[in-house]
Design a protein around this ligand. Structure first.
Ligand code: PLP
Ligand code: SF4
Length: 341
């Protein structure tokens, strides 16, 4: 009843789209009719962190434009190989917050469950650059231990499916996990942090809805959309399906130089999300991860940008500008400068 018809969106399976992702820079450059001189640096940078981009995402890029904001998020470039002091492999010190396999418990009341280490897309700015694509599934015993950890800590009220990308896991596992978690009385909410529906909207099927939305737990999905050009008709349809199923939709973006650092980019993103009933939640300043320094936007620029957004948008379409700081009890909000716009 709640699923609606998705015939055209579901005509190619998401599994096939995921498996058919482009991983060869030469293929991507040819497809987009780009200058072949981009190939050598792309190959060099891809040796460190491979290219991975699914077809439905490429379809939203402009041909012949090396500065396309979607392309820039996925194309390996020579600047990634420069070393810059202060940019490190594990900027968030996540190794230490790893309470046990599959769990990151840093903040009160909620924890991240690493449902799948795989991602559908390799984002060049990501601090998880070192994760392998392979679905590093926990063993059955490890899953039970992770669930026991949640059962035993009654201060927890929310479980957040994370990764990698949790929606790279199959629906059977998601359904099982969600049932197990819903059986834990102190858990009141389920959250899913995912970029998968953005790059492969076909991931949102009636079977996914069933896996996530068949228990007593209210579901919030935090999408990761960085640019208005990502909001195409297929994604709009996927979002509508999620909303019809009662999922609360939020978005988190990363502020990236050359991708979404101009006021008009951020206004278009917020307005576009608002058009589809998705609220901007967080705008993250870049983690200082090695290889991503060319995306850096300094704090003053970021503060000014969000300050100007406040003067142009309803308050609920202005995301919170935050930084993740190792050891802090929550994401750290940055002071914004509304009067200096
Ligand atoms: C961002 C994050 C959360 C969720 O934080 P909210 O402020 O509730 O969105 C939880 N755990 C970790 C480790 C996080 O990085
Ligand atoms: S989808 Fe998320 S976790 Fe995966 S590479 Fe992109 S930003 Fe990183």
């Amino acid at each position: 009843m709640i699923h609606g018809s998705l015939a055209s969106v579901e005509s190619v399976s998401w599994q096939n789209l995921l498996a058919g992702s482009i991983t060869d820079p030469a293929v991507l450059l040819r497809r987009l009719e780009l200058d072949p001189t981009l190939l050598a640096p792309a190959r060099a940078a891809a040796a460190d962190f491979s290219l991975r981009v699914p077809e439905p995402y490429i379809a939203r890029m402009k041909r012949g434009d090396p500065n396309d904001p979607l392309l820039r998020q996925v194309l390996p470039v020579g600047e990634e190989l420069f070393d810059q002091p202060g940019y490190v492999i594990d900027p968030l010190g996540e190794q230490h917050a790893n309470a046990q396999p599959g769990i990151i418990h840093k903040y009160a009341g909620r924890l991240l469950l690493i449902v799948s280490a795989g991602c559908a897309v390799n984002c060049r700015y990501c601090f998880r650059r070192h994760f392998p694509y392979d679905d590093n599934a926990l063993s059955t015993a490890e899953w039970q231990q992770a669930l026991d950890y949640i059962r035993q800590d009654s201060s927890l009220s929310e479980v957040i499916y994370s990764g990698g990308d949790p929606l790279a896991a199959n629906d059977r596992r998601l359904a099982w996990l969600t049932r197990e978690i819903a059986d834990i009385p102190h858990i009141r909410r389920l959250r899913v942090h995912t970029r998968l529906p953005v790059v492969i909207p076909q991931r949102v099927t009636s079977s996914l809805i069933e896996a996530l939305c068949s228990t007593r737990l209210p579901v919030t999905m935090v999408l990761h959309c960085n640019h208005a050009n990502e909001l195409d008709a297929d994604l709009a349809k996927a979002i509508q399906t999620l909303r019809n199923a009662g999922v609360t939709l939020l978005n988190q973006a990363v502020l990236l130089r050359g991708v979404n650092d101009r006021l008009e980019d951020q206004l278009a993103l917020s307005e576009g999300l608002g058009d589809h009933g998705v609220l901007p939640y967080y705008l993250h300043v870049l983690d200082h991860v090695k290889g991503a320094q060319h995306f850096h936007v300094n704090d003053e620029q970021a503060a000014r940008l969000v300050g100007r957004m406040l003067t142009r948008l309803p308050g609920y379409l202005v995301p919170r500008l935050v930084r993740e700081v190792a050891g802090e009890a929550s994401k750290v909000p940055l002071a914004i400068s509304p009067l200096n716009g």
